[in-house]
Design a protein around this ligand. Structure first.
Ligand code: ATP
Ligand code: LTN
Length: 353
């Protein structure tokens, strides 16, 4: 295990890093402010992050540079960057324990991404399924170059902090594996520089599906709002969306992957209730889909309501969010700058004195 060698000093509001913290493994994860975060983001990623803070030294970033790889309305983007930060805090990410920051506040992300670009091949990047899916939806000439090099920026995010573990939803596994390969390739060519990270994917809930089309992932940048539940949705909207979620014509409430719509709803129930499959099946024995959906909607409301109260309070006080993000950026910059300099030196760039 690699020690937390590039730990920031205790100055400027940096949390005290005692020996215990220095020995902890490091986590990095990010979320794009490309829409209002969904229940899928919460179940698959954010809900797990708060827990991980106890065991790991964590870095969580609102990855705005990734969001602009597709067209964003500037005003909306600014608003969602704050909202996403507020959601992370309301979900239990504690700035005293973790570093929480906006990606564009740490220039080393873009700089290391460029370096990694120069060490990556068209072949490696062309294999990424997220890019292939995006490319399939548009013409070859009009697809954004930023979408193609998206994974090298993501690799830079992870490698700058010597992250050992990267908690993500199922859809990001391939990108983390590429970051792993690129780290290994760089270390092999220039000598040990980067920690080789591994993905951490939850057993259940790593891919929450669209409520109207359980063949595709619930996504915050989807055109139709019926397939997703936003973390900010009101109780009435949550009830409406869950009651109209697609299920099959079966009757038994059991975990069966063949019944995709029901399986998806049961997975959400399982993660939010913390109960096991058998316990849930027993609870809903001889009960209909209608009753199950009602109970699920109330469980979602019970989970999101207290968060929404906190989110609203944060959003009324954006100077407080600015302060938290400024502290996070200071901590992140100190670490990221050191790693960037080390990588620059390794490839033979003359670094500033
Ligand atoms: P977009 O829909 O704009 O592509 P996204 O929600 O897929 O965005 P992010 O906001 O960056 O992308 O995702 C943050 C985290 O949430 C990532 O770890 C991602 O894997 C996870 N995640 C996203 N959607 C789901 C989902 N439907 N189920 C489980 N995890 C998800
Ligand atoms: N690509 C991810 C978001 C992301 C990320 C990261 C996740 C950007 N940088 C670093 C983990 C680690 C996505 O689309 N969900």
């Amino acid at each position: 295990m690699v020690a937390f060698a590039a730990a920031p000093s205790t100055s400027q509001g940096t949390p005290n890093l005692n020996k215990k913290i220095m020995a902890k493994e490091i986590i990095f994860s990010g979320i794009k402010p490309s829409g209002v975060p969904t229940l899928g983001n919460y179940v698959g990623a954010i809900s797990k992050w708060a827990e991980l803070q106890q065991k790991y030294r964590c870095f969580f970033s609102v990855v705005d540079l990734h969001a602009i790889t597709v067209s964003q309305d500037p005003k909306e983007l600014r608003y969602r960057t704050y909202l996403t930060t507020a959601i992370m805090l309301a979900a239990g990410i504690d700035p005293k324990k973790s570093v929480i920051f906006v990606q564009s506040h740490v220039p080393a992300h873009s700089e290391l991404a460029w370096l990694i670009n120069t060490q990556s091949t068209m072949g490696e990047l062309s294999r990424m399924t997220q890019f292939k899916d995006a490319a399939a939806k548009t013409s070859k000439t009009s697809i954004g170059a930023g979408l193609f090099t998206y994974p090298t920026l993501m690799a830079a995010d992870i490698l700058l902090y010597d992250a050992h573990v990267v908690p993500v939803g199922d859809d990001q596994k391939q990108h983390v594996e590429l970051a792993r390969d690129l780290a290994q390739k760089f270390n092999h060519r220039f000598g040990k520089t980067f920690v080789v990270p591994k993905p951490l994917i939850r057993d259940s809930g790593a891919r929450i599906m669209d409520l109207q089309n359980p063949d595709k992932k619930m996504s915050k940048s989807d055109d139709s709002d019926r397939g997703y539940i936003l973390i900010t949705d009101s109780p009435d909207i949550i009830r409406k969306k869950i009651m109209s979620a697609v299920t099959d014509s079966g009757r038994n409430i059991v975990f069966n992957k063949k019944h995709k719509g029901l399986y998806n709803l049961l997975t959400i129930y399982q993660v939010l209730s913390g109960q096991g499959e058998k316990q849930i099946e027993k609870h809903f024995l001889n009960k209909g889909y209608g009753q199950f959906k009602q109970e699920l909607a109330e469980l979602i409301i019970k989970t999101l309501s207290p968060m929404q109260t906190q989110i609203n309070a944060y959003m009324k006080n954006t100077p407080r969010l600015d302060k938290i993000l400024a502290q996070g950026a200071r901590q992140a910059n100190q670490i990221a700058d050191l790693k960037l300099k080390e990588a620059y030196k390794k490839v033979g760039l003359v670094t500033k004195r």
